[in-house]
Design a protein around this ligand. Structure first.
Ligand code: PMP
Length: 398
């Protein structure tokens, strides 16, 4: 029956994991993973998540369906975390918000909404962007274009290119912005650059769609990481926002996220809400409840929330420490290259500037696995493997 089905290409990241698993070297390092690891290289479940889960189980709640847009005590608290509890759209009851199947689900619901209601049906992504962005937006029927973001020659933001491309965009085009900890480059705009981006977006009448998969993971401070989103909203632009709790709560497999749209009035919000329901219903009917209950327990309990913010900070701090350590070791080995980008970049990923051939040598000669674009996951680095990693990078980069 399916003789006409062609073999699809393998997922690039999963391919790395396979190669890593097959490698028998004891000093092998997997830097392809997009999930936090503790200093022993193990997956990490937050103490506050364990505690919240215990409380949730203790309540002996039923397992009935959630409403189509999910649990209100989760998505209300999630929105406050992103926009700030004093945010005007929340206070004025004009934020349409829905629980979603993590960040990817939020993107897909948002993409479907834009495909239905944004007349241009066009979205611009930064070059490069998280690989799944293009797939999600195309699948929803949007035309996907690009704007310049990263300058290979300086290993930093191509701010002039970014501005020039947004200035050229047709009014009504959507623009995807990584709210913080840009994946895959780890390069974020400064506050001043965000303000300039805001000005262009406003002047050109573009529609800003923020993807915030790493709130708290960039600086360790959830408010600081929400700077760009809040600046746009507080200055009157109606943004849409995707949130994920995969990284900052370590709830990867629970699939817990949110999608929201800032509206002009409660009446507009009601119309948008009704359409979000119409989009979600045939996709997956309603979202899972367990992760939402855990996240809600944490976000709605002042003490647990404070403790959680501390855990987010300690994860971010460990990554910042590993960046410093890696740079220091490379410099101590006598590398003449400038490694300042290792510490100036932010979040879970580092764009090393290594070429695909150098990445191949890292794997074949040193059992160090990253993606061929030169991206390494900082989470995979720990006190026990950073020496080997530095030696390997030094050897292939000369
Ligand atoms: N957006 C970006 C930029 C990401 O890096 C990720 C995770 N790698 C996501 C969205 C979505 O992840 P999830 O669906 O696991 O929340």
């Amino acid at each position: 029956t399916w003789a006409n089905v062609p073999q699809g290409p393998p997922d690039a990241i999963l391919g790395i994991t396979e190669a890593f698993k097959a490698d028998t070297a004891s000093h092998k390092i997997n830097l392809g993973v997009g999930a936090y690891r503790d200093n022993e290289g193990k997956p990490f479940v937050l103490n506050t998540v364990r505690e919240a889960e215990k409380r949730v189980v203790g309540k002996k709640l039923d397992k009935e369906y959630a409403p189509i847009t999910g649990l209100a005590n989760f998505y209300t608290a999630a929105a406050e975390l992103a926009y700030g509890s004093n945010s005007a759209p929340i206070k004025e009851n004009r934020l349409a918000v829905s629980q979603t199947i993590s960040g990817t689900g939020a993107l897909r619901v948002g993409a479907e909404f834009l495909a239905k209601f944004l007349p241009s049906k066009k979205i611009l992504l930064p070059t490069p962007s998280w690989a799944n962005h293009k797939a999600v937006f195309s699948a929803a029927g949007l035309e996907v274009g690009q704007y310049r973001y990263y300058d290979k020659s300086t290993i930093s933001l191509d701010f002039d290119g970014l501005k020039a491309d947004l200035e050229q965009a047709a009014p009504g085009t959507a623009v995807l912005l990584h709210a913080c900890a840009h994946n895959p480059t780890g390069v974020d705009p400064t506050k001043e650059q965000w303000q300039a981006i805001f000005n262009v977006v406003k002047e050109r009448q573009l529609f800003p769609l923020f993807d915030m998969a790493y709130q708290g993971f960039a600086s360790g401070d959830c408010d600081r990481d929400a700077y760009a989103v809040r600046y746009f909203v507080d200055n009157g632009l109606p943004v849409a926002l995707n949130q994920s709790f995969a990284k900052n709560m370590g709830l990867y497999g629970e699939r817990i996220g949110a999608f929201s749209i800032v509206c002009e009035s409660p009446e507009e919000k009601a119309r948008v809400d009704s359409q979000l329901k119409i989009i979600v219903r045939p996709l997956y009917s309603n979202p899972p409840i367990h992760g939402a209950r855990i996240a809600a327990e944490i976000l709605n309990d002042a003490q647990l929330k404070q403790q959680w913010l501390g855990e987010v900070k300690s994860m971010a701090d460990r990554m910042i420490e590993m960046r410093s350590l890696l740079r220091e070791k490379l410099e101590n080995l006598g590398s003449k290259k400038d490694w300042s980008h290792v510490t100036s970049q932010i979040g879970m990923f580092c764009y090393t500037g290594l070429s695909p051939e150098q990445v191949d040598r890292l794997a074949s000669e040193f059992s160090v696995y990253g993606t061929r674009d030169g991206r390494i996951s900082i989470c995979g680095i720990n006190a026990s493997n950073v020496d080997h990693l530095a030696k390997a990078i030094f050897a292939v980069s000369g």
